[in-house]
Every structure is written in C-alpha cells, then in structure tokens.
Design a protein around this ligand. Sequence first.
Ligand code: WTA
Length: 677
Amino acid sequence: MTHRLGSLCDEHYPPPRSIQQSAHVKSMEEYRLLYEESISQPEKFWKKLAENLYFKDPPGSGEDFLNYNFDANAGPISIQWMRTSSTNICYNALDYNVEKGLGDKVAFYWEGNHPNDEASITYQALLEEVCKFSNVLLKLGVKKGDKVAICLPMVVELVIAMLACTRIGAIHSIVFGGFSAGSLAERITDAKCTIIITADGVWRGKKLIHLKAIVDDAIERCVKAGFPVNQCVVLKHLPRVTSAVDVGVGNDISQVGWKQDRDLWWHDIMKDASPKCPVEWINGEDPLFMLFTSGSTGKPKGVMHTLAGYMLYSWATFKYSFDYQEDDVFWCTADIGWITGHTYVTYGPLLNGSTSVLFEGVPYYPDPGRFWAVIDKYKVSKFYTSPTAIRTLMKHGEAEVRKYSRSSLKILATVGEPINPEAWHWYNHVVGEDRCPIVDTFWQTETGGHVITPLPGATVTKPGSATFPFFGVVPAILDDNGAELSGECEGFLVFKKPWPGIMRTVYGDHERFERTYFRKFPGYYCTGDGARRDKDGYIWVTGRIDDMLNVSGHLLSTAEVESALVEDPCVAEAAAVAHPHPIKGECLYCFVTPVDGIPYTDKLEKELRDKVREKIGPFAVPDYLQYAPSLPKTRSGKIMRRILRKIAQSDPDLGDTSTLADESIVVLLQKNRVATA
Ligand code: WTA
C-alpha cells in the first residue's frame, strides 16, 4: 500500500463539563492509568471488572485466566480467557438484574415500523418470556451445544429467542432478515443448524418483506443440499402491527406457506410453557454464538465468540464507551442481525441493567424526522447509529431535526464506517447542539466490541478519528514488510494482544481463522483496515485494504459479488471494485465482459442486478455496471482491480502499470466510463 499522509481534520473537541463531571472516566490521565493497568496487569484489571458479573465458578488465575498464542509461527493460534470459569450470559442479563431489584425496570421500549405500534417489557417479564422459550427449545430437543438459526425482524421475540438459546447453552446463529434465500441457506448449512426461528413477515418502511417465504425457499435449498432443517418456529407478527400502506392486503398471513410436519407457530408452542427454567452453567470458553461476516474469498465466515470473554467485554465497552448511567435510555439503531445489534442492542445494555429502545423501522419512514421523534418520545439519552444514516438524514436538511427538542440527548455515537468530518459536524452541531460528545467507535464482528473509541468524559475528540484504544487493546500500524511504524504514519492496522471479546475461531475452519487474521503479519491480529496515526497519537481508520468494501456499514466482499455476476451464463468475466458514494460511504462499480457473441444491453444489466439481489441481497446490488470488452490483467493473468478502481473514479493517475499485459484496454475503459454521482 502507499503511504500518503494527506491533511487530517485537526480541530479538537474537549468533553463537555456536564458529561465529564459524572463520568466513569473523567480525564485523559485517568484513562491512561486504567489503560496502562489493563495492558501491564490484564488479570488484575479484568478480574476487578468481572466482579460486576456473576460467575458460578470463578474466573481463575494465571493461565486459567488468560492463555494465548498470537504467533502463527509458534504454533496454532489460540485465545482463552477464564477457561475454568462457568457462568451464563442470560442469567447475568436477566436473573441477576432481577435479583438486584431491577425486575420492574423497563428493559426495552419496542417501537414498531409504524409510529402507532409500541410496547415495552420489564426485566421480570423478559425473564419469564425467555424461560418459556427456553422450555420450548428444550421440548423441541435443542440441547447444549446445538446450533439454532434465527431470522427475525427487530421485535422483542428476537431478544427472547437469543437469550433462550444462551440460557440452555445452545449457540445462536442470527441471520439478518435482508439476506436472500441463497445467502440464508449458505449460512444455515455452514452453521449446521437444524432448527430455524422466523416470522411471517415484516414492514420495513413501506416495503413488506415476506420473511417466511424467504426462509421456506432457504430451507428447501438446505434440504436439497442434503442438510436436514426439520423444525421451523414461526412468529405471527404481521396481524399485530399497523400496515404501512393503506391499500395493502399484505398483513394477511393466510398467504404464508405452511409445512405441517415442520412448521410450528410461536404462540402455539409458548401457550403452556412454564415461565421458570433452570440455568445451564456453561464453561467460560464454550461457544456463545456465531455470526457470519463477509470473507475476502467470497465465502462468509462464521465468526465464533465464546462466553466469558465476550460477556465481560460487552459489559465493559457498553459501560465505558457510552458512559452508562442508571437513568439512561439507550438507543442503538443497528439491526440485531449484525454484530452491533448483538453487542449493543442485546448483551451490553442488558448486562448493565439499562433501558433501551428496540426499533423495527427505518430512519425515513413515515418521514425523515423519525429518529428525532423517537428520541423525544422515549427521552433517549445515548444514541448510537451509522454514518450512512447520518448522511441520509443530512440530505433532508436541518428543519426536520429542529422540529424535535432532543433535549434528553447526552451522547451521540457512530459505528460501521469512517465518518467524514462533514457528517461528524452535522451530527455534533445540528443533532447534538454542540453539547453531546461524539463517540466514533471502531470495531468489527471479529472484535466482539469496541476496540478503538473515545471515552465520552475523558477524550478530546477530533472529527473523523476513532481516537484511542479501549482497555486491553494494543494497536500498532505496520508497513508492507510488517515493521511497526512510529510517530506520524499510515499502514496496516493490527493488534498485538488479545482482549476478552476477540473471536476465537472461524466455525469449522480454524485454519481459515489463522490464515485470514494471523498469517500476514505473524504475532499480530490483522484487521484488514488501513489506519493513520497523527502527531498527537490519534488513530484514524481509513477503511478496508483487502478486497472488501463497506456499503452503508455492511461489509461485502468483491469476490462474493463477482461470483454472483459470473453465474449468469451471458457473463464471461466480471470485476467489482469499491467506489466512493456520498451517502452509502462506498458502493459497487462492476466491469462486465459478456460471453463472445452476447450483446451488452440494458436488459442484461437489469438481469445482473436482479441476480445479485437474489444471490446476496438488495444491499449488494451494484450502483454502476460498465461494459468491458476485456479486463486489465497482469502478465500472469490477475485482474488489476487497483487500476479498475482508478478508472471508476476517473483518476488519470494509474500508478505503476508496468505489470499490465495490455494497456489499450485501459484506455478503452477510461473512455467508456459510466458517469457516477
Ligand atoms: C469498518 C461493524 C472506520 C471497518 C462493527 C471494519 C469502521 C468493518 C468503523 C467491520 C469506524 C467499523 N471507523 N471504519 N468507526 N467501524 N468500521 O464486521 O472497515 O460489520 O473492518 O463490524 O467496518 O464491519 P463489521
């Protein structure tokens, strides 16, 4: 990679006094002391924090507390935290809080897609529902260590299902409801789930998503592939919500396909279930859940997290990064189908005994003021969303925001992609009226929780920088040869030590885990992101440096999209590259070479877009497709995506083209470039 240090936004924003005074960490000095301890004495540091959670068997000492090998050259990669402990995350999230007197506290305010639809649930009631569903799972034959696929909308039952799994030691594998049947099937079979929990359907804005139909299709594909999915629990959701369109007959669930010997209604099996269910005490290093994330080869990876470390880390990052206070109302807008929802809708908030908003809808329905309306309605104090959402709402102007008071807001946080300074300023000034610290949290599905983030009462922020490492995290920036860079620099972002929340393996493929994250630079966990360090030591994550791209905060691999495109019999070859997009951050620009004799037409383009939608999901549909009589390749036949990226961006400086086999194709592609936004 190239090492260019462009200009960074060097404005400083100190934490507001009002936040600082009552914060858990009140100054940079305090942060540094705690941080030093977390690195030099990890056992002492984390054990103290672990006292806030319940362990049936204690966290252990010495190698039992922390044992790892981060060096691929020294043997297999292994990471173990609290390996002799036993505990249960559902017990800590619910029973323990009820025992502490939080039974009547609201765990979630549920806000539906339509503003008419709302509900709330207390810790006590949530515990009872979770116990009931745990009993249902047990009755269906689900045991400790079994894998359960969950594909549900943002409803309380999603939280109930995931906690019920963890209560009995089953491993949940949640798949985002926006995936296609093919992607869902791939994830179900890879995770080896024999049971899936879903719903009839869900409104997302004005769009009705027939979840059950997608799941039916996926199950059929699994069965065809020789993989038996023999139980499907279906939540009847649509009849209880307000339709988003006046004329819609979409809420008619009689349209749901039904397989008698396989499908079960959620309400039927819950009817007689007991609201009491004993907790299964689970070893600290036993699997907790897996969650698929895109892999640069195109095949998604089942990221595996284990119990004790993830639990402690989600508790700690929630408490410190958002400076959690007892009277907070927290709102993370992410879908639970992504890691952000796992850690900061479900686990982090519940482990801390917090009250949160669980939102089913979208930011622009019924109008682009929805976020701010919900903030006022529930008096949200800590708000966590994505730069894409912020940029989408910016487009609609300040008036939409100013219609609402937002006076309850104390902290504004972001996640998912680098935030451009313009969006940062808008978030800070227009939404937060300059009184709420902006917490730009950098992390990954693999890291379990925040790894680089400001602490709102301590850190002086700079727009666009995720600032400094969280406790226990030791970042480094490496050059192409793997040498650590010091001072102001730009290079590969890596971590030198494990923190409790780091993933433990890729499910079913430990070799892939080692190859993906630990082989490139032995001794380090490689994030796949580039980063800069500025003169004050601030870290600025610049984005992916592998063949991945980040569309609206959703990670995608170019290989995944290319393989969907070339599946079309009309396509001989295709190359996908990331292209900057004013709202989504990045989008896809694809070059397509049709099979000899097949004309490149609008019809073909439409077919290809449909193909990607069907194979991966709507969020992966390319914004731009360009006809390519052939593709620029190296002499050894590798597609030069670096050059294609420049062509897509109409950047005339192609860099080193000496390995290019045929320059004339580049000129041709440059000439026929598609106009972009
Ligand atoms: C990107 C989401 C810059 C990054 C939690 C990372 C970010 C990928 C930030 C992980 C941020 C996430 N600044 N980039 N604050 N947060 N990213 O696994 O490229 O869906 O590697 O986890 O998102 O995406 P994932």
